[in-house]
Design a protein around this ligand. Structure first.
Ligand code: HEM
Length: 199
């Protein structure tokens, strides 16, 4: 009923909609929540955070997981599946471009940061299990991992889209995508504590 192209398309759709869910929350945390938290006093934080953050972190981490898993499935379907034999080969008929390798490298680092740094630290803080003396250091580690992910997201998306839509794999083009990606995110972060404070 479904052929391999249909499955590829289905997983592509799932991958992108989950990616939007994940990166949308990442941008909410970095462009909205970081400046918001700086403007709240302790009472405000105690009132808002236990209700807001667990919900946002749920969509964030499961979005990351579905993006990651559907990305791996797509890698198998696009680059490992061989329609002439009907089997999977480590070096399938289509060779992965430098774009997708760069995109996946950054995407996998980002997924790791979500599941092994950002979420475990926030879970311990929000459930009251974080000892007070570890709090500042843990907050800082989670913040740096989150900022790293935000910066990586710019070039990561060049990698995802470039695999099918950029016609060169020259190192210059990859480096240009790193620069444009990082600068775009830097500009968004720079603006984030200035914009939208009034209606
Ligand atoms: C977490 C690790 C990730 C892995 C392993 C991964 C893997 C892949 C693979 C294998 C493809 C197919 C490339 C091709 O058809 O040649 C792809 C495409 C794509 N991915 Fe990812 N990805 C990841 C994260 C993300 C994230 C976070 C986003 C953000 C929205 C994203 C958005 C996209 C988009 C927009 C496409 C292109 C679809 C197209 O051009 O048709 N990916 N990804």
């Amino acid at each position: 009923m479904f052929n391999v192209n249909d499955w590829q398309f289905f997983f592509r759709w799932l991958h992108v909609i989950a990616g939007i869910t994940w990166i949308g929350h990442l941008y909410f945390f970095n462009f909205v929540n970081v400046p918001l938290q700086a403007s709240l006093d302790d009472a405000g934080k105690k009132a808002a955070n236990p209700k807001l953050l667990p919900r946002a972190l749920w969509w964030f981490r499961w979005g990351a997981m579905i993006t990651f898993l559907s990305g791996l499935v797509m890698y198998a379907l696009v680059y490992m599946y061989d329609p002439t034999t009907g089997g999977f080969a480590a070096m399938g008929p289509r060779h992965p471009s430098s774009w997708i390798l760069m995109g996946m490298l950054f995407g996998i680092i980002m997924w790791f940061n979500v599941w092994f740094i950002i979420w475990p630290i926030n879970r311990r803080i929000l459930s009251g299990q974080m000892p007070a003396e570890q709090m500042a250091g843990a907050r800082r580690r989670a913040y740096l991992a989150s900022r790293t992910n935000t910066y990586l997201s710019g070039p990561m998306l060049f990698g995802m889209l470039g695999a099918n839509h950029i016609n060169t794999q020259s190192p210059k083009a990859l480096i240009a995508s790193l620069i444009v990606g990082f600068v775009a995110i830097w500009a968004a972060i720079w603006h984030s504590d200035k914009v939208g404070q009034t209606v």
